[in-house]
Design a protein around this ligand. Sequence first.
Ligand code: FAD
Length: 469
Amino acid sequence: RQYSTKHDLVVIGAGPGGYVAAIKAAQLGLKTACIDKRGPPGGTCLNVGCIPSKALLNNSHIYHTIKEDTKRRGIDVKGAEINFPQFMKAKEDAVKGLTDGVRMLLKKNKIDYFEGTGSFVTENKIKVVKNDNSEVELEADNIIIATGSEVTPFPGIEIDEERIVSSTGALELKEIPKNLVIIGAGIIGLEMGSVWSRLGSKVTVLEYGSAIGGQTMDSELSKTAAKLLKKQGIDIIFDAKVETASRNGDVVTTTYEYKGEKKTLESDILLVAVGRRPYTKGLDLEKVGVELDNRGRVIMDSEYRTNKKHIRVIGDATFGPMLAHKAEDEGIAVAEFIKSGHGHVNYNVIPSVMYTHPEFSWVGQTEQQLKEQKIAYKVGKFSFAANSRAKTNLDTDGFVKVLVDKETDRILGVHIAGANAGEMIGEACLALEYGAAAEDIARTCHAHPTLSEALKEAAMAAFEKPINS
Ligand code: FAD
């Protein structure tokens, strides 16, 4: 297709932030181009993040269930084995299907999509060095930086993506490791640990702090998660201060300090999962004077404008939680701001999910945050052990916890540990978005028997009393 080099909007990066912004802008009538150096669109999320990890999590969970949990269900299974190439291909098929789908959407919305690296030439001119080495210059009235994030390196540990891997390498291992050591008990590390542990690896997680899941996780949820993952055989060592790691042939040796003692661990794979940091390398931002903060995040205002008003930024490259749905919502809002001057994302209602089994999900405030702010609150809790669907599924680990304002009954936070917690949190998001009270959920009819009745019962517990507990 012929394209013009003059656009209303050029989006750099086609991750969940960038491609959504491009589509929304095109729908609003802006002539839009989008650039991604990876080639296939979809960014980290579709190519090396959310999607491949969830494919491996789902299929490893099915395998683990067949292997370990069929007897009591009255199903005799013989000879269930992993066909490793096919197991990995199923993941690749999911990625390809979805990235092809995004490519089709870009085309359908008449967006000029360039596979190549974008950089600033002037404040309104972007040079694209295409992946076939040809070059094109695009002129734009508006530019969105949606270049995402990269793995935070661990000083002194060299990632070769073979034996010492980041999450990207951990999604593409050549065989099931016998031993896997993971630095960092954040969501990404624990999801990857779950995958390989279910397939038979001995997994040890070294965590610098004293809790899993990062700071945004409610501490009761975090403790429950640590307990349940340990029960599944994942060894989590808290207060482990990793010093260094090195590879010698096929063996990786990791050295850490624990309670004043030096310890070492040998493994065939070491996964470094200590976080992600904004990625703006190669954009030549300094040429146009776009400012970053001391953590490398592009500084923006409430309309996603950088210090150059027509250059905006969204997603992992700027402030806020590094989550695909946050980037997507910003993608829509930024396009609306460009078109009409109005857009909106409610940063108090961004859910988080850890897709282990059971899953852990949360939205709104944690108990520790409410205590810090001295907000008087009530807790409504309901255990899946008393939920009829969880019982029929023989899958009763976990609970729903609803935190409400003591005076007004308004819901302030919801925290769920349980199978399908990631799906269930959607209802809680809607409740928070609409400023619902616990009574609103308690008086809303929920289908029986479903796991979502546990949310209703937890809301009843916060508002008055539950029925089934
Ligand atoms: P990205 O998705 O990182 O996309 C940015 C794109 O910009 C990249 O494709 C890159 O190639 C391109 N780019 C960069 N510089 C240039 C340039 N100069 N020119 C052209 N292109 C450029 N989030 C969730 O919400 N749920 C999950 O389950 C989840 N799981 C994850 C699992 C893993 C293993 C990882 C690593 C991340 C996960 N995330 C998850 C986080 C999620 O992937 C990110 O928050 C999300 O992708 C951010 O979107 P983005 O559009 O800001 O950036």
